[in-house]
Design a protein around this ligand. Structure first.
Ligand code: ADP
Ligand code: MG
Length: 432
């Protein structure tokens, strides 16, 4: 009654190989960018100023961020695991273009389960008598790629007896995805513990050197698979988060990197000149990054925001309205977008949202398999995610990689929502 299978497509979905390669080629640039933002207090402060006035969740994260900076950072090794997500926008002439949906800098999931989907789709193709096509599927093992980042961070932390802590939710539906990464660590003789914020509140402590201990066990790396939405926090959990952030342990991610992944930051990055300021001397990286941006617009108070709000109200089907939330199912589209924006157009509340051009991919046919649901053919669109892993020690990047990919596919009647939200399913790209 409680065990279920992760939903998946019956068949792999086609992905244009040029766009697939483009997504891989820009991943190291995005790693650099996120890391640069996380170290740029002035940029974060300036960018999030309007948001934190009206969004309490971002404001609380920001308060921890400033408090920890004022106390002085105890952490010197930084591990980033992110996933940059894209859809293939169909231009007027029908040529698809790679457009970024967002970058997830905390708890980016499904790297574990998707390490198994190639085998599933390979098998299905063979059963259908398509062995040649089966051999065309690319190998993909983000579990290992993510784990290698954690291993390296654990080594640099430099304590043989210290453990890696996975910070997990109260009710954990996606445990097997995490186990895939965890097992890679056990295989390399690194101990892993799984704890909730509540456990950290009860068992966690810092010593004089701000080393983190859980019930007497030193923690080298804290890997967050929790803590990215308001419902993850009560007062105790906020205190636990503060304790973790103050510690010397490698947080994946640290709170600055979580803030770097907000939708407001994404929108500000699209302003002319911003990427150049954040990545001086990296003109080619800047060009590769910018090529993936869709139109993004600020709804800050003032003339610019007024114009944007009016434009969206007049033509809501061209846009997506996004609050500062993660996890799928939060964005507004079409008529609902128009109604909400009309209600808040003259109120500072509008600054808790950003506006984005709606990406319009070409639908394709597939079957979505989900436990207890009838099998039916659907018109679908796919979203490609590339996992990025990087490590900085002090000021020096010591690892910067792309660590595999994730393809998620959903029926076109759903405008929004990922796999965890029960909308998208796991897929495998078939390059064409
Ligand atoms: P979340 O943090 O909730 O995952 P996203 O920005 O990834 O927020 O949006 C959730 C989903 O909404 C995406 O997976 C995608 O299906 C859809 N979506 C988001 N932005 C756009 C867009 N600009 N155009 C079309 N669909 C979008
Ligand atoms: Mg998303």
């Amino acid at each position: 009654q409680v065990v279920n299978y992760a939903p998946f497509t019956l068949l792999p979905s086609t992905v244009p190989s040029a766009l697939f390669e483009q997504a891989y080629a820009v991943q190291q640039d995005f790693n650099l960018l996120v890391d640069a933002i996380s170290q740029n207090k002035e940029f974060l402060e300036h960018t999030l100023a309007s948001t934190i006035k009206v969004d309490d969740f971002t404001a609380r994260l920001f308060r921890i961020y400033t408090q920890v900076l004022e106390e002085g950072l105890a952490q010197s090794v930084f591990l980033g695991i992110n996933r940059s997500d894209y859809m293939f926008d169909c231009g007027v002439d029908g040529t698809p273009a790679l457009k970024q949906i967002e970058i997830n800098t905390i708890a980016a999931s499904f790297g574990g389960l998707t390490s198994r989907t190639v085998a599933v789709h390979g098998q299905v193709l063979k059963v259908l008598g398509k062995s040649k096509e089966a051999s065309h599927l690319l190998p993909n093992n983000p579990s290992k790629g993510l784990a290698l980042g954690i291993v390296k961070a654990w080594e640099l932390y430099g304590s043989q007896s210290a453990v890696v802590m996975f910070l997990v939710e109260e009710v954990q539906r996606n445990i097997f995805d995490q186990r895939c990464v965890e097992n890679e660590l056990w295989n390399r003789n690194i101990r892993v513990i799984r704890k909730r914020f509540r456990d950290v509140f009860e068992e966690g402590s810092l010593d004089d050197a701000k080393r983190l201990y859980m019930d007497g066990q030193e923690v080298a790396v804290v890997y967050y698979r929790e803590g990215y939405v308001p419902k993850n926090y009560d007062q105790q959990n906020w205190e636990a988060r503060l304790l973790l952030e103050r510690s010397r342990a490698v947080k994946c991610p640290d709170i600055a990197t979580q803030l770097a992944g907000t939708k407001k930051v994404q929108q500000e990055l699209s302003r002319p000149g911003t990427l150049e300021r954040l990545l001086p001397g990296h003109a080619e990286a800047v060009a590769r990054i910018r090529a993936t941006f869709a139109g993004l617009y600020s709804l800050d108070m003032g003339e610019e925001g007024d114009k944007i709000a009016a434009m969206a109200i007049a033509d809501p089907d061209r846009f997506v309205l996004k609050p500062q939330r993660e996890g799928g199912g939060n964005n507004l589209y079409g008529e609902e977008l128009r109604q909400v924006l009309e209600k808040i157009r003259d109120s500072p509340e509008r600054t808790s949202y950003i506006l984005m051009d709606k990406i319009k991919p070409q639908p394709a046919i597939n079957y979505l398999l989900r436990a207890y649901s009838p099998l039916q053919v659907s018109e679908c669109v796919s979203e490609l995610g590339i996992f990025g892993v990087y490590i900085r020690q002090g000021k020096e990047m010591v690892m910067n990689r792309a660590a595999g990919h994730l393809l998620r596919t959903k029926a076109i009647e759903h405008a929004d929502g990922g796999v965890a939200a029960g909308v998208a399913v796991l897929d495998t790209p078939y390059l064409v």
